[in-house]
Design a protein around this ligand. Structure first.
Ligand code: UDP
Length: 330
């Protein structure tokens, strides 16, 4: 039986594939390569290029391969882009999961682990966010993912497809060996942009707003290492394989860092100056997003190995220095 990684050529998906292969799993990858990189996919995995919205394509793969569990990363995830082009997000993310679940149902595949997001909570009710807190997104990206969670719930009720929704906070870092890492075109995420400035590929960082309701005025986020995240997916897969019910878990470090603190940590981790200036706010950004991740620790026995943001930045810096132009395939 194989594990199917949808979006396995993307940033988080490719780290997932690497970890699964390291653990001896038989891995199948689907990716449409719109944002993913073929060179990021571990050689041991069997790769099919195609789109999650293409039912005939999914049927072909499901007929050829014997899939036990689907791990789903194939989604758009850029908040500002979703504010400008919401239908792109509802089509690919929300629409895509309907086609996927229909195909899974018809082929008798009963387990899915899925990337959800802290963006489903919107502006949080409490200082740190629990899974049971109100989900009220303030951007179409978060809304598209909340809809996916709800669709999965009803697919479980009707067809018995069990799911784990993993609500990520801010994912960062790279594989320790520096072979794969984060490479988006255009890059919009904070840590890779900060490191491009450190490398001299950008003149300066723009800090999007310093008048938020936070101690230093810049947004506070909870950063989690991509390999710790991959480990959580393996634990979630095992949890479903053991016959447990559908569930949702936050994945974060439970510590918040402001944009200004990340810049400072990156200066320390790289030894570079990293010029930064305050710029206008970016649409769709909540003030603070920090997880309570005790549930994943207690129920999945998840133990993140990277508990220090400097360490996370160092792994990303290692990748950035080794691959200043990323995968060089775009
Ligand atoms: N950010 C910033 N400058 C940048 C990119 C991001 O100030 O060039 C801020 C952004 O406004 C947010 C935080 O960094 O508060 C993290 O943004 P990112 O896009 O990495 O992740 P998100 O929180 O949107 O998932």
């Amino acid at each position: 039986m194989a594990v199917l990684v949808l979006g396995g050529a993307g940033y988080i998906g490719s780290h997932m594939v690497k970890r699964l292969v390291e653990q001896g799993e038989d891995v199948v990858v689907i990716d449409n390569l719109v944002t993913g990189h073929p060179n990021a996919i571990a050689k041991e995995a069997r790769f099919y290029q195609g789109d999650v919205r293409d039912r005939a394509f999914l049927d072909q793969v499901f007929e050829k391969e014997t899939i036990d569990t689907v791990i789903h990363f194939a989604a758009f995830s850029i908040v500002p882009e979703s504010m400008k082009d919401p239908l792109k997000y509802f089509d690919n993310n929300t629409g895509g999961v309907i086609t996927l679940l229909e195909a899974m149902h018809d082929h008798g595949i009963k387990r899915i682990v899925f990337s959800s997001t802290a963006a489903t909570y919107g502006n949080p009710e409490h200082e740190t966010i629990k899974e049971s807190d109100r989900q009220d997104p303030i951007n179409p990206y978060g809304e598209s993912k909340l809809m996916m969670e709800k669709i999965m719930h009803w697919a479980d009720v009707a067809y018995g497809i069990k799911f784990v929704a993993l609500r990520y906070f801010n994912v960062a870092g790279a594989a320790e060996d520096g072979t794969i890492g984060e490479d988006h075109h255009p890059e919009t995420h904070l840590i890779p942009i900060v490191l491009q400035v450190a490398l001299g590929k950008r003149p300066e960082l723009q800090i999007y707003g310093d008048d938020y309701q936070t101690p230093d005025g810049s947004n506070v986020r909870d950063y989690v290492h991509v390999m710790d995240l991959a480990d959580a997916h393996i634990l979630a897969m095992k949890y479903l394989q053991a016959g447990h019910d559908s569930n949702a878990f936050n994945l974060g470090s439970s510590t918040g860092f402001s944009v200004k603190q990340i810049v400072e940590a990156a200066r320390e981790a790289t030894g570079e100056t990293i010029p930064a200036k305050v710029a206008p706010r970016r649409p769709g950004d909540p003030d603070t997003l920090v997880a309570q991740s005790d549930k994943a620790r207690e129920i999945l026995h998840w133990q993140p190995k990277y508990d220090d943001v400097h360490q996370i930045i160092k792994t990303a810096w290692n990748w950035t220095q080794k691959h200043p132009n990323g995968f060089e395939d775009k």
